[in-house]
Design a protein around this ligand. Structure first.
Ligand code: ZN
Length: 405
C-alpha cells in the first residue's frame, strides 16, 4: 500500500449525507470505532482512505471508480491515486474542529442535500472556513437527489450557485449524486481526479506535522514488557519523517503542580511509521501515524491533539500571548458588535490546535490589531494565521482570520 497523496475534507451541514457518501465511495463508515481500532491510527474527524481506480476501456468522465472491476464494462481497473477523506463534523459547536481540519486539507467536497432549503445555518460558515483556510478547490456534491423531483433539484442547484457567488469558490462544479444508489459517483471521482490535483510538496524542508489524534494502543491488562509506545496521528505539511528520527513535540504535555498548569516540551524517537501501511518514511499528503517510545499515558485519549512535531530546535516558538491583526469576514460582520471589549473570549484555531484567547486591549500603532492572552499555549510565529470564532447571542460563530504580528 502506498501513502495517500492528499487530504480531501467532506464538509457541510449535519445530516446532509456526508458519512453515507464516504461509505458509498470507500465502503467505510467514517465514524466507526471498530475501523479506528483495526488501524490503530486514525483521526478524530472521521477518516477513510480511498483508492481511486481507472478503467482502461471507459471514456471520461465515466472512467473512474473505487471498484476493482469496472461497474460499467467489468474490465479490470488500475490504481490511479490514493486519497484520505476527512469527514468534518457538521455541528456548530465543533466548528473549531472544522477549522483544525481545514489546515491539513488540499480540497473539499462540499455537501448540500437536494431535499432541504439551501443554505442551512452552518452551510455558509463551513464555506467561509474553507475560504479562510486557503483551500483552493471545492467540488459541491448535491446529495439525496433520489429523494426529490426534478424541479426541486433544479431549485436547489440554483440556490447553490447563489450561495457560491462572491466567494472564492464561485463557479465550482456542482455534481448531483445519489450515494445510496451509487448514481454519478464516477463523475464525482472524475471531478476529484481532474480538479483537486496533488500539490507540489516541499519535501526538502525541515519536517512539520500537525497532530490530529493521539492514542494509547495497548489493551487493558497488557504485560509491562509488551506495552507499545504512544502513537500520534496527523498530517505532515512539509518535509519527511523517517523511522529512527529524534523529534520534538510542542507545546508538549500539561503538567499540573500546586494548581499551576505548565506545558512541558517532549523529546522522543520515531519507532515506527504508518503511511497507508507500515513505512520507513512518511511524506506530506494524507494521514499518517507515528509510533514513538513515549509513555502511552501521555498520548492517551487525544491528549496531544494540537501539538506539532518536528526536529528538535526547528519548530515555531511556543507562545502564551500574541498580537493579532484581525480581518473579519465581510459577510459575518453584521452579526457582531463592532470592536472588541476587554476580556472578551475568542476561540482561536491554528493548525490542529484550538485554544481560547482573551482580548487584553489594543496594540499601539496598529488599529486592526489586539493583544490576546491564550488560555493554552500554541506554536506560532509572526506571519502565521489563526481562524477566529467569536460569540454572539450565546453562540460561537466564525468571525474571520488573524495574522500574528
Ligand atoms: Zn469500464
Amino acid at each position: 500500500m502506498t501513502q495517500a497523496e492528499l487530504n480531501i475534507m467532506t464538509s457541510g451541514h449535519v445530516d446532509h449525507g456526508k458519512s453515507t457518501l464516504v461509505w458509498s465511495l470507500t465502503g467505510i463508515f467514517p465514524d466507526t470505532h471498530s475501523e479506528e481500532i483495526k488501524r490503530g491510527i486514525t483521526i478524530k474527524l472521521g477518516y477513510a482512505d480511498l483508492l481511486i481506480r481507472e478503467c482502461p476501456k471507459c471514456a471520461a468522465p465515466n472512467n473512474f471508480t473505487a471498484k476493482e472491476k469496472c461497474p460499467a464494462c467489468t474490465s479490470e481497473t488500475k490504481p490511479a491515486r490514493r486519497i484520505s477523506l476527512l469527514d468534518a463534523p457538521g455541528h456548530e459547536t465543533l466548528m473549531a474542529t472544522v477549522v483544525a481540519a481545514s489546515s491539513v486539507v488540499d480540497g473539499a467536497l462540499f455537501i448540500v442535500a437536494a431535499n432541504e432549503e439551501c443554505p442551512q445555518p452552518q452551510t455558509m460558515e463551513h464555506l467561509m472556513v474553507l475560504e479562510a483556510a486557503g483551500v483552493k478547490k471545492i467540488i459541491v456534491v448535491q446529495t439525496k437527489v433520489d429523494l426529490v423531483e426534478k424541479p426541486q433539484a433544479a431549485k436547489n442547484h440554483k440556490q447553490i450557485i447563489d450561495l457560491l457567488k462572491g466567494s472564492a469558490f464561485e463557479g465550482s462544479p456542482i455534481i448531483p449524486v445519489s450515494a445510496i444508489n451509487g448514481t454519478n459517483l464516477d463523475v464525482l471521482l472524475y471531478a476529484i481526479q481532474t480538479l483537486i490535483l496533488t500539490p507540489v510538496r516541499d519535501e526538502a524542508a525541515q519536517p512539520l506535522m500537525y497532530i490530529a489524534r493521539s492514542f494509547d494502543i495497548n489493551v487493558p491488562g497488557t504485560k509491562p514488557t509488551k506495552i507499545g509506545g504512544g502513537v500520534l496521528g496527523g498530517s505532515i505539511v512539509r518535509g519527511i519523517l523517517s523511522e529512527g528520527d529524534d523529534i520534538e513535540i510542542l507545546p508538549g504535555y500539561l503538567e499540573v503542580r500546586k494548581e499551576r498548569e505548565t506545558y512541558k516540551p517532549i523529546r522522543t524517537k520515531i519507532t515506527s511509521l504508518n503511511a497507508g501501511g507500515a513505512a520507513k518514511q512518511a511524506r506530506p499528503g494524507g494521514l499518517v501515524g507515528v509510533g514513538t517510545s513515549l509513555d502511552p499515558a501521555l498520548t492517551r485519549a487525544d491528549a496531544l491533539v494540537g501539538n506539532v512535531i518536528g526536529r528538535p530546535g526547528t519548530l515555531p516558538p511556543v507562545v502564551n500571548s500574541c498580537n493579532l491583526e484581525i480581518t473579519p469576514m465581510k459577510r459575518q460582520m453584521a452579526k457582531f458588535s463592532e470592536g472588541f471589549v476587554e476580556n472578551e473570549p475568542l476561540v482561536l484555531g491554528i493548525g490542529t490546535a484550538t485554544t481560547v484567547g482573551f482580548v487584553l486591549g489594543k496594540v499601539k500603532g496598529n488599529r486592526k490589531a489586539v493583544e490576546v492572552k491564550l488560555k493554552k499555549p500554541v506554536c506560532a510565529k509572526a506571519g502565521d494565521t489563526f481562524a477566529i470564532l467569536r460569540r454572539t447571542n450565546s453562540r460561537w460563530h466564525f468571525y474571520g482570520t488573524a495574522k500574528v504580528v
